[in-house]
Structures are given as C-alpha cells and as structure tokens.
Design a protein around this ligand. Structure first.
Ligand code: ADP
Length: 505
C-alpha cells in the first residue's frame, strides 16, 4: 500500500482510495439511485471521496444476496474448520495491508496512524483468529429427557445478520461483529457509519480475496435513517446489531420498534457510556493521572468507554488536579499521521460542534474550566484537551456529568468515603465501564462488585481482550461482544428429541 502526498490537502498525507462503491454479492456496484455522498478528512474538512450511497433498494439487494448465500450457499454448510481457514486467511490479509488500512481510518476518522498500525489492525486480526478458533467448536448438549426419549441440541447459525456500526473504531467495530457471525456460519450485511465507510469497503475486498463466498459479507454505506432503518425494518434480516454512542436513546428505541413491527428480529444495542474513573487516596498520583488522562483523551475522547467522570479522594485531590492539568497541556494535539501526536481531530464538524456545545454548557452550569475548552489549529476539527472541576454529579446534576460528550473533556470531582464514591459512580443512566485506582485489595474488590458496569478495570484502563466479554449495564445497551458468550448472538439452539420406544431404561 502506497500513500500518496495529497498536495491539495496542504501537504498532508492522504492515502489512495480504491473502493468507493457498494459491495453486494461479491461485486462492487453503484447505488441503484446512482447517488453518492461525501466522506471528509477531519484534518481539513475537505472531501476525501465520493461513496455510493445505499438506500432501501440497495439494502434489499444486499439482504437478498445474503439470504441466498445463507439458504443455498456453502458458507453455513461447510465445516467449521473450513470456515476457520478462510477467516485466518482474512486475518493474514488484514495484517498484510495494515499500513494502508490504518492510513484509511486515519484520514477518514482522524485516528492516529501509529496506533492504527499497532492497535486497531492487530486487534482486528486477533479477533478474526479468536473466532476462527471457535468455528470448529460449536456444539450442543445431550439431554437426558424423562421417559422413553433421548434428546440433543444443535446450535445453528441465526441466518442473515444486519450490522450497523459507528465511526470511532471503524476497523475494530467491523471485526467485533463480523468475526463471530462468520464463525457461526451467518451471512452479513454491514452498514458502516456514513462518516467512515472507507476501511469497511476494503475489508469486503479482502474477504473476497480470502475466499469468503459471494453474498456472505455485503457492505452498504449510507445514512442511518435510510440504509440503517432499511436494515432494521427488513422482513428478511434475522438479527440486527447496532453500535451507537452519541445519538439519543430515541434511535435505539426506533430500531427496536422497527424490529418489533417487522419480523420480530433479534436486536442487540450497544449504546453510550459515562464511565467513572475512581482514584483512592493510596494511589500513586502520577500513575493515576496518566491513566485518567489516557482514559478520557485517548482517541480524542471518541470511545464508548471513555473515563469521562474522574472521582478523586480528597487526600490527593489537589495534587491530582495540578498534575492532571499539566498532563492535559502536554497531550499533543495535531495531525494524526505525525508520530508525535497524542490526539487528532474530532471525526467531523457535527461532533466538533457538539463537543464545543457541551463545553459551553459546562461553563454555563457553573463548572470551572481549568484548561482547554477551545478549538485549536487553523483548520480541521481539533479541540484542546479540556478539564472541568467543581462539577456536580449528585444533587445538582450537571449536564457534563450526565451526558456522553464523546470528546476530550474530563469532569473532575472530589469524594470523601468509599460509599460516596460508589454512589456517585453509579449515578448515571449508563453502565458501560469503570476504572478503579487503588493498592487496597479490599477496596478494589468491593468497588468492583458495587459498580453497575459491564467492565471494571482495576489499576488499568482499556485492557481489552477478545476473550473478555464486553457490553453494557443499564442504558449502555444489552448483549455482549467478545468472548465465547458473543457467539450466542449469532447462533440459535434447536432441540431434537427422538423416541426410544423399546428402551428398557
Ligand atoms: P452516534 O452518534 O450515536 O454514534 P450515529 O448517528 O453516528 O450515532 O449512528 C451510529 C450508526 O447508526 C451509524 O452507522 C448510523 O448511520 C446508524 N443510524 C443512525 N440512525 C439510524 C436509524 N434511525 N436506524 C438505523 N441506523 C441508524
């Protein structure tokens, strides 16, 4: 993969873009309407590419192809071992093209190129290989049924799976969903986010090279209310999974409603978070500060598990605040293709304005802005790492302590007792993740059990593993990704009972 210098973008490196059409039934095709939409480079706001825009007619074609591949194709019928070989080959191809793919996500989403190469791409390959390993270990149970019968269960692929993904981790989100679905023998229609369609189209191409049969993976870039809604309301889609963060709960409700109104398809939703980071007095302050800064500034705060509420115990609060401000000032904002950069631009103008709006709300509601709070750079969607103190998160709730900002904005709060920390940590509608920093084992264990969140990180953050189930409590969603438990979303259980009339037992 070569990266060409896109002189038009002011000397920035702009990767070559090879795939811009819909991928349906193994072919790149134009949208039925002939329409396209623009995907932009958040470093400049300039158009990167014109992408074929899927609407209902295209989603119908993609679902038809997926249905045909499921009902009559070989993918669900081949052995798990054969599927695993194809998946492993796809993992190899992802690795071989890692530099080019990291550059695509970098230019499309403003993500750091270096981290794309060493985190996103290897994680995608690892996810594929993890579930490739599961593909030949899908089995049911034998049942001791009362009377003269015997029984067993089969675990069968659920069928055609619709996947609607967001823009913050275009690669990891794609493989988080596609890998277990492939292992299960499902066929798939992916709608990538309209902000970041580039890498998903590339994966469609690689899947074909790896030997994934036509119709098994289809990719239909387009907008939520059109292409996304067509998928969730489709009569011939068996399961739909949507990951979304900053949207209102209304869209999640709309998807469940359209699933219910159409064919009662299985739904899983992963929504936002407002994850607490709880730092106790005994913590090493430097370590706690660097973990907390990473937790909220990593990927410009555009991460569902961002530790956006930081609760610090009173004994170290002042020192923590001072050092956190220093860390924020040292968190280098700039071109995500520059290896010295810690944080690139927000994904698009909408998110950029949304984050700035939340910063205004924070100021207006009486929180104290200690650092950051402004756009930076003369073009593009860059925002300074921002820290608020005097944030109220209980009696007088402040919006910035309740709503997901999805930007580099830390709300710092003080607490006295462990009980108070637990109560405050749990005082949002979300429950995706939580961080705890302490050397006290008893506190760590007690708080881990008491926090209502799907993942708890003790003395670490963002420690992900394909084998570690991930998902939300409360309004952060339902269903789990990763781990063997995620296979259940793509399989259904069939019970077979056979009469054994002559059994003497
Ligand atoms: P958020 O900002 O909450 O992450 P987005 O609006 O970016 O939400 O949506 C995440 C994904 O959900 C995208 O792929 C988007 O196109 C899709 N989406 C948005 N609205 C709908 C809808 N009404 N039905 C189905 N999918 C939708």
């Amino acid at each position: 993969g070569k990266a060409a210098d896109g002189g038009g973008a002011g000397g920035l490196v702009v990767p070559e873009i090879k795939f811009t059409k819909l991928f349906i039934n193994g072919e790149f095709v134009d949208a039925a309407s002939g329409k396209t939409f623009e995907t932009r480079d958040p470093r400049t706001g300039d158009v990167l590419a014109h992408i074929a825009e899927a609407d209902k007619a295209d989603v119908d074609l993609a679902v038809k192809a997926a249905r045909e591949a499921f009902e009559h194709g070989k993918w669900p019928r081949m052995s798990g071992y054969e599927r695993s070989r194809v998946m492993n080959k796809l993992a190899d191809l992802v690795e071989q093209h890692a530099d080019e793919l990291a550059a695509l996500d970098g230019a499309d989403a403003g993500k750091l190129l270096t981290l794309g190469k060493i985190i996103d791409m290897p994680a995608a390959a690892q996810m594929l290989r993890y579930y490739a390993g599961a593909a030949d270990k899908i089995h049911g149970e034998s049942l001791r049924v009362a009377g003269k019968y015997q029984g067993y269960t089969l675990r069968e692929p659920i069928g055609v799976v619709g996947v609607i993904i967001p823009w913050n981790f275009p690669t990891m989100m794609f493989f988080l969903k596609v890998s277990p679905a492939l292992a299960a023998g499902c066929t798939i229609v992916v709608k990538p986010a309209e902000q970041t369609p580039l890498s998903a189209l590339y994966y469609a191409h690689l899947a074909k090279l790896a030997g994934v049969p036509d119709g098994v993976i289809n990719v239909v870039p387009g907008f939520g209310p059109t292409a996304g809604a067509a998928l969730s309301s489709h009569m011939d889609v068996d399961s739909v999974s949507r990951v979304a963060f900053t949207g209102s709960a209304e869209i999640g409700r709309a998807i469940m409603e359209s699933a219910a109104r159409s064919n009662l398809k299985n739904v899983s939703l992963e929504l936002g978070g407002k994850s607490p980071m709880i730092v106790f007095d005994d913590a090493d302050v430097d370590m706690a500060v660097s973990l907390s800064s990473l937790a909220v500034f990593f990927n410009k705060g555009e991460i569902c598990v961002a530790g956006s509420r930081v609760y610090v115990q009173e004994g170290i609060y002042d020192e923590f605040v001072k050092k956190a401000v220093e860390a924020a000032k040292n968190w280098k904002v700039g071109d995500p293709f520059d290896a010295a950069t810690n944080m690139g631009p927000q994904v698009d103008k909408v998110q950029f304005e949304r984050v700035l709006k939340y910063i205004e709300i924070g100021k207006n509601e009486g929180a104290t802005l200690l650092t950051g709070g402004k756009p930076t750079g003369d073009k593009g969607y860059y925002i300074e790492p921002t820290i608020f103190v005097d944030v109220k998160s209980m009696q007088e709730e402040m919006t910035i302590a309740q709503e997901e900002i999805f930007g580099p904005v830390m709300s710092l709060m003080k607490f006295k007792t462990v009980e108070e920390a637990i109560e405050k940590a749990n005082c949002t509608k979300y429950g995706l993740a939580a961080g705890i920093v302490t050397k006290n084992l008893n506190i760590a264990n007690m708080v881990s059990r008491s926090v209502r969140a799907g993942t708890v990180w003790v003395n670490c953050y963002f420690a992900f593993d394909p084998d570690a189930p991930f998902g939300g409590y409360k309004m952060s969603g339902f269903g789990r990704d990763q781990g063997m438990v995620a296979m259940d979303k793509y399989l259904q259980v069939k019970t077979v009972i056979t009469a054994v009339p002559d059994s003497p037992w």
